[in-house]
Design a protein around this ligand. Structure first.
Ligand SMILES: [Zn+2]
Ligand SMILES: [Zn+2]
Length: 352
């Protein structure tokens, strides 16, 4: 099969790799779509981690973890899946036995592994992908609903964490929600907050991105930054501030603004991580204390959110064609990453 190996900083090499063979208790998926995630872009900038590659004897890693495809081979012991089944796959594989797994908090598992990220777990930027027994039982694999394309199904992975975030934040009809950052994730936040009945304000300094975000029908779109942004949010909320502010970008300064722009008793969700080298942030602790403000984290999701995401996509609650602005065959993965890194489009998807 053909597979794309990340072999250096910003260097992908598409080459032949051994055809995957279905293990006795596993399956082989023909990858039809695999989204480029922000974390894939980060790894592309940094180059592959030191240590063994994805496939023994071949340098580099096969990344990609937002997968939609069709089963093309199944081992003899596999009962739940058959050739021809269409599946969506998310990366997280939990251990099933640690403190958190025993409580069903799989996203917090002490030894999480990720398809397309962890050593020994090749991902979806390839023609085929093995789903082992471990992935099938402890990973996140769901059937794609009839009528939903594999391309759109690849959005289920990023959408899952957005759904989990709004579940946690309790986004509702009487809320004004501010989304900071109009990348593909920010646009998903706008669509889901709207679906849950909230008024939504999107904040993004880039006019190009703001224009794309308008397709997701926010009630207001702000390009202001700093104090001007906070003033605009207050002006749109009778001086109070927003009920919920979601930080969907990797910029520490905007987290401080989020605390200024939220109302007393409101919630700030730190949805996007900060760069590894600079993870510190400064927030007005007195405003959080006297304003009874909740500042919470949000990472990954329970597998049920992935099933819900597929349902949400098949009900067309997300304008998937507006979100996916670029698709590229595997051979053009280098171009795909260049385009994704400019931020001039939204979601970029590889279609092997
Ligand atoms: Zn991702
Ligand atoms: Zn665990």
């Amino acid at each position: 099969m053909k597979a794309a190996f990340l072999v250096g900083k910003r260097v992908y090499r598409v080459r032949e790799a051994p055809d995957p063979v279905a293990p006795e208790d596993g399956i082989v998926l023909a990858v039809e779509a695999c989204g480029v995630c922000g974390s894939d872009l980060r790894r592309w900038h940094e180059g592959p981690p030191d240590g063994p590659g994805s496939i023994v004897g071949l340098p580099g890693i096969i990344a990609g973890h937002e997968v939609g495809g069709t089963v093309v081979a199944a081992g003899r012991a596999v009962r739940d899946y058959a050739v021809g089944d269409r599946l969506a796959v998310a990366p997280d594989i939990h251990c099933g036995s640690c403190f958190y797994c025993r409580r069903g908090l799989y996203n917090l598992c002490d030894s999480l592994h990720f398809l397309g990220i962890s050593p020994g777990y090749p991902g979806g930027f390839a023609e085929r992908l093995i789903l082992t027994h471990e992935v099938l039982t402890l990973g996140i694999v769901h059937r794609i609903p009839e009528g939903l394309s594999s391309l759109h199904a690849a959005l289920a992975e990023p959408l899952s964490s957005v759904l989990a975030c709004h579940d946690k934040a309790g986004t509702d009809l009487d809320h004004t929600v501010v989304v900071m950052g109009a990348g593909p994730i920010g646009c998903l936040h706008v669509a889901i907050a709207k679906s849950r009945g909230a008024r939504v304000i999107i904040s993004e300094p880039s006019e190009t991105r703001l224009a794309m975000a308008r397709r997701f029908r926010p009630d207001a779109a702000l390009s202001e930054t700093g104090e001007a942004f906070v003033a605009q949010v207050r002006a749109l909320t009778e001086g109070r501030g927003a009920d919920i502010v979601i930080c969907a970008n990797p910029v520490a300064a905007t987290q401080a603004q989020a605390v200024e722009a939220v109302r007393k008793g409101g919630r700030v969700v730190l949805f996007g991580g900060l760069p590894k080298a600079t993870p510190m942030t400064t927030l007005d602790a007195n405003r959080i204390h006297y304003g009874d403000i909740e500042v919470v984290g949000a990472f990954s999701y329970h597998p049920t959110m992935h099933a819900l995401a597929l349902d949400v996509l098949s009900r067309r609650l997300i304008p998937a064609d507006d979100l996916i602005t670029h698709t590229y065959p595997l051979d053009e993965i280098a171009t795909a990453f260049e385009v994704a890194s400019t931020g001039e489009g939204l979601k970029v998807v590889i279609t092997p």
